[in-house]
Design a protein around this ligand. Sequence first.
Ligand code: FA5
Length: 346
Amino acid sequence: MALAEFLAELERFQAAAAEAFGAAADALALEAARIEFLGAKSGRLRAVQKQLGSVPGSDKPAAGKRFNDAKTVVESAFAAAGQRVAAGAAQGALATTFDPTLPGVRPRLGHLHPLTQTIEELKDIMGRLGFTVAAGPEIEDERHNFEALNIPPSHPARDPLENFYLAAAGVAAGAPLLLRSQTSTVQIRVMEKTPPPVRIISLGRVYRPDTADATHYPMFHQIEGLLVDRHVTMADLKSVLRLFASSFLGSDVHIRFRPSFFPFTEPSVEVDMSWHDTKQSGTTRWIEMGGAGMVDPRVLEAVGYDPEEVTGFAFGLGVERVCARRHGVTDIREFYRNDVRFLHQF
Ligand code: FA5
C-alpha cells in the first residue's frame, strides 16, 4: 500500500472514531464505539495497524509515526468522551433522585417516656389542687417502710420474701435496709418534719419481688397523696380522687371505693376506676388503681400529731396502671420493653 493511500485511510479512521466517540450519548454507546474502533482483536485501529505492514520499507518510519500520532489522538478523544458521559450520568442521577422543591425529611425526635409524661401530668393536676411534691429515698429503713406505718414485725408484708432487703451488713447492725415497697414511706418522712396542715404528693419508684404479668412488675411507680388538716373526711378523699380521675382519664371515668384493709389507714378502701371496654361491646370493667383511706390515728401519733386535733386522708395509686388505662395499653410490661415502635406512639 502506498504511503498516501495509507495516510488517507488513517485520516478516515481518525475522523470516524472522533465522530463516533463524540456522538456516544451514554456509557453503553461509548463502549460499542470503543469496541468498533479500539477493540484489541477486530477493532478498526488494529486493521489500520495491519495495513502499516504493507507500506514500502522506506516510508515505514513516516507512516509509523503518523499511525502513533493518530492513535494518541483517538485514544484521548475516547478518554474525553468517557469523562463527558460519566459526568452526564451523575447529573442525570442527581436530577432523578434529588428534587430541591420537595419538603425536607424531618428527623424523628425523641420524647419523654409515657410513664414520665404521666408523672409530669399527675404532678400538674395535683398541683392545681394545692398539693406540693415531696421526695423520699428509695433505700429505706424499717421504721419508715413499716413501723411508723403501723405495720408490726409479724405482719406478712414484712416477710423477707415479700421485699428486697439489702446486704446483710444492715441486718447485722440491727438496722435492716430495704428497697421501699411503697411510697407511703414519704408520708412519714414529711409528717416527721412538718407540723400540720400537710398537703403533699410523692411520685417515685417502688420495688416488690412480684412476678411480672400484665398488671405487675417488680419495679413500678406509685403516686402517693397525703392531706392532713382539721376536719378532713372521706368525702374530701373521694372528691379529690374523682377530680384526679376525671382530669387524667376523662370525665366519663367513674371511681369506686371497695372496703379494704391497710395498717396505716382506718377505714381503708381499694380504689377502682371504670374501664369502658369498647372492644367488648361497651361493657364496663373495673380496674384496681390503688389503696386509700383515712390516716390511722396511730400513724398520726407516731409522728407526733394529735389525732384529736387533725385528721387526714392518704392514697397510693399505681402509675403504670393509670397510664395504661389512659392509653388503652393492656399489658404494663410494654412500658419496660424499650421497643421504640411502641414508645413512639405516645
Ligand atoms: C399500697 O402500696 C399502699 N401503700 C397504698 C395506700 C396508700 C393505701 C395510702 C392507703 C393509703 P397496694 O399494695 O395495693 O397498696 O398498691 C397500690 C397500687 O400499686 C395497686 O393498686 C397497683 O395499682 C399498684 N401496684 C401494686 N403492685 C404492683 C406491681 N407489682 N406492679 C405494678 N403496679 C403495682
